[in-house]
Design a protein. Structure first.
Length: 263
């Protein structure tokens, strides 16, 4: 669980000259990778790099919001319980701590901050992949790898700016997985299609369109008993959790194939 920044005395960083660093001489972020899906991790050439919690929050905030942002916006968003003066001081301290990595992960000017363009971020890659699937562009095999392998955005972080983006990414990913499932069924790639559909169910067990996707794969592959089993599973689940019945649409999927079966 992420701890919120504590109020109190604010550490003042030494000037850059005192630690032998300048922004002009700092190496760019090639070989560095920021992971936010499934949990925070910062890696350099595949090796995990430990960073303080305040630095984790700053990197995650800039990655989630993308583009360049005013320093005041970043400081206010991260240190909500601080005065403007103390929030800005905390931001300066955090920037100094990141500079001790001897790499320019964040590009800063007098008024703005942004992640360095060469810093790879898994959230950005997954977003692009999901949007490509929704727009029907990009190789399906790459999409399967990216969208199935990554988990939830920063689980156990509960700040508002994380929660909003977590739900946004979850919805985009689910729609992309369902689209991907349809495409894979048309190609006859049933194993990958059922993986995509079941990933939707795992992410949101009460999502009917996810269960329809699983049933669609089973019917296309001729696994009729599996299709009925999936329907019965969803029917029991939605009744137990919500006191509801499955929609007419999902019932018709079964009735078309099993007209003698009462569902």
């Amino acid at each position: 669980m992420v701890a919120r920044a504590r109020s109190g005395a604010v550490e003042t960083p030494p000037p850059l000259e005192a630690v032998g660093l300048t922004r002009a001489l700092a190496p760019v972020a090639r070989g560095w990778r920021l992971g936010l899906l499934g949990g925070f991790r910062l890696q350099h050439d595949g090796i995990d790099v430990a960073v303080p919690l305040s630095a984790q929050r700053l990197l995650a905030f800039l990655a989630i919001h993308s583009d360049a942002h005013q320093r005041a916006f970043v400081a206010g968003g991260l240190w909500t319980d601080f005065s403007g003066h103390h929030a800005n001081a905390s931001l300066r301290t955090t920037l100094w701590r990141l500079r001790t990595l001897d790499c320019e992960l964040i590009v800063s000017s007098k008024n703005e901050l942004a992640l360095h363009s060469t810093l790879a971020v898994d959230l950005h890659e997954a977003r692009r992949c999901a949007q490509d699937v929704i727009r029907h562009i990009g190789p399906a095999d790459v999409a399967v790898h990216v969208l199935l392998d990554h988990g939830e955005l920063l689980p156990d972080w509960y700040e508002d700016w994380v929660l909003v983006e977590r739900e946004h990414y979850r919805q985009v990913r689910l729609h992309a997985l369902e689209k991907l499932c349809d495409e894979l069924v048309l190609r006859g790639a049933y194993a990958a299609a059922v993986d995509a559909a079941l990933a939707c169910v795992a992410a949101d067990p009460l999502r009917e369109s996810a269960h329809r996707a699983v049933i669609k794969v089973h019917l296309a592959e001729g696994n009729l008993s599996d299709a009925i089993r999936q329907f019965r599973f969803y029917e029991a689940l939605v009744h137990e959790r919500l006191g509801l019945q499955p929609s007419t649409e999902i019932r018709l999927m079964i009735e078309r194939c099993f007209p003698a079966t009462v569902v």
